[in-house]
Ligand binder design. Structure first.
Ligand SMILES: NC(=O)C1=CN([C@@H]2O[C@H](COP(=O)(O)OP(=O)(O)OC[C@H]3O[C@@H](n4cnc5c(N)ncnc54)[C@H](O)[C@@H]3O)[C@@H](O)[C@H]2O)C=CC1
Ligand SMILES: O=C(O)C(=O)[C@H](O)COP(=O)(O)O
Length: 374
């Protein structure tokens, strides 16, 4: 079996080596010519998988080690009988960790006490539900907008997009869609953005294009800069709007899902799907494919109050300000490095769930935040 795989897929040679010949490629510039003897194509979000890439090639199966599928023309694959799987939920915890790391940064830099916030979440899939349940378990009031579900996790009230846009903290986790009853492209347009008021926090870690960037810049200035902005995804990747990035408290190159374990789980999910599709027995297990973290246990000083203890523990595990500083520096330095370079050379972090946090009083709250219980 001939396998063409994105060079940014961790463990691909270890897991797929026994299944056939693997060629690693740059996913962004992949062309049809490189697929002329391929049976299996393994991609990430940067490869547009459609008729123009696949027509005339022998590809029988496509796997995407990602949650999002907006880069794949799934109707075309279905029509042509080409197998397809993505990796639902693989990096949902990683994205939730990103949200809380960003909030801990705002706690320390702008005194945003998000533990007291009313939180609005857009999208109640694997990511949106994971984020929402953490807030609920931490005691926050949580509402969510998802027109395609009738119920969601306990403690979360489904509501309108208008109400979500009035919340203290707004988390965007909808997929990018252009068709259907509720297309998300440009969903948060100038009308919705125009309702934002001073002091709100917006965290966009779904897909660029869901929130209108021009409207957001205008609203930011109209409010005298009194919005807290955290943006991981951009309308024009790999060419993010640096005018908008300059206004952000946290701006990152689409790395919310880039925990070590989240990326490894993506490859592991696809490995299982390929084996299933071609009826090949699995030769590797989850524990071999997905790393443990580097830090097992964090012991907090019991003198620390709740807010301080939670925010400090988050920072021990993942300081997103490092990623933001690197993004702003590299993207504005004029060097021959950019968005894709930052992603390829990302300093991976471990997920909260790889470490437990001990505190005399607040240990259960750390579990609510996603840390391990043991
Ligand atoms: N920044 C990053 O690194 C990452 C970004 N993502 C993005 O986050 C998205 C969501 O991930 P999951 O929750 O795992 O996906 P999912 O497929 O489990 O759930 C998506 C949810 O969004 C809802 N939805 C669809 N259209 C909507 C609309 N117009 N308004 C509100 N909700 C809508 C659906 O009903 C569904 O409940 C992915 O599609 C992907 O684009 C995912 C992982 C990492
Ligand atoms: O899983 C998704 O969906 C994501 O957005 C991934 O984190 C994107 O990672 P790449 O596939 O672009 O490396």
């Amino acid at each position: 079996m001939k396998i063409i795989a994105d060079e940014n897929m961790p463990n691909v040679e270890v897991l797929f080596g026994g299944l056939g010949d693997i060629t690693l490629v740059n996913g962004r510039s992949l062309s049809k010519e490189q697929l002329m003897d391929a049976d299996v194509l393994l991609v990430r979000s940067v490869t547009k998988v459609n008729e123009s890439l696949l027509e005339g090639t022998p590809v029988k199966y496509v796997g995407s080690a990602t949650i999002g599928t907006d880069h794949v023309d799934t109707e075309y694959l279905l029509e042509k009988g080409i197998g397809f799987n993505s990796a639902p939920g693989c990096n949902a915890d990683a994205v939730a960790d990103y949200v809380f790391s960003s909030l801990s940064y705002l706690y320390f830099t702008k005194s945003v006490n998000w533990l007291e916030a009313k939180v609005g979440v857009v999208g109640q899939g694997n990511v949106g539900r994971c984020v929402a349940s953490r807030f609920v378990e931490l005691g926050c009031e949580v509402v969510a907008y998802d027109p395609l579900v009738n119920e969601t996790v306990s403690g979360v009230t489904l509501t309108t997009l208008c109400e979500v846009m009035t919340c203290d903290v707004i988390c965007l986790h909808a997929p990018l869609t252009h068709t259907g009853a509720y297309p998300s492209f440009d969903m948060i347009n100038d009308e919705y953005v125009g309702h934002l008021s001073a002091g709100q926090t917006i965290i966009s870690a779904g897909r660029g294009g869901v929130i209108n960037e021009t409207a957001l810049i205008e609203r930011f200035h109209a409010l005298g800069g009194a919005l807290n902005l955290v943006l991981d995804v951009w309308h024009e990747e790999p060419h993010p709007n640096m005018q908008l990035a300059a206004l952000c408290d946290i701006a990152t190159p689409h790395i919310a899902g880039y925990s070590k374990q989240g990326r490894e789980k993506g490859t592991w999910f696809i490995y299982q799907s390929v084996c299933n599709f071609f009826d090949i027995p699995l030769k590797s297990s989850f524990s071999e494919a997905v790393s443990q973290g580097s830090i097992c246990e964090i012991k907090m000083n019991s003198d620390l109050g709740k807010e301080e203890a939670l925010n400090r523990a988050i920072q021990c595990c993942f300081d997103v300000a490092r990623d933001s500083a690197r993004f702003k520096y590299v993207m504005s330095s004029g060097e021959d490095k950019g968005f894709d370079w930052l992603r390829k050379n990302y300093v991976e972090r471990d997920e909260f769930n790889t470490a437990c946090v001990n505190h005399d009083q607040y240990t259960p709250l750390f579990c609510a935040l996603g840390f391990s219980s043991k």
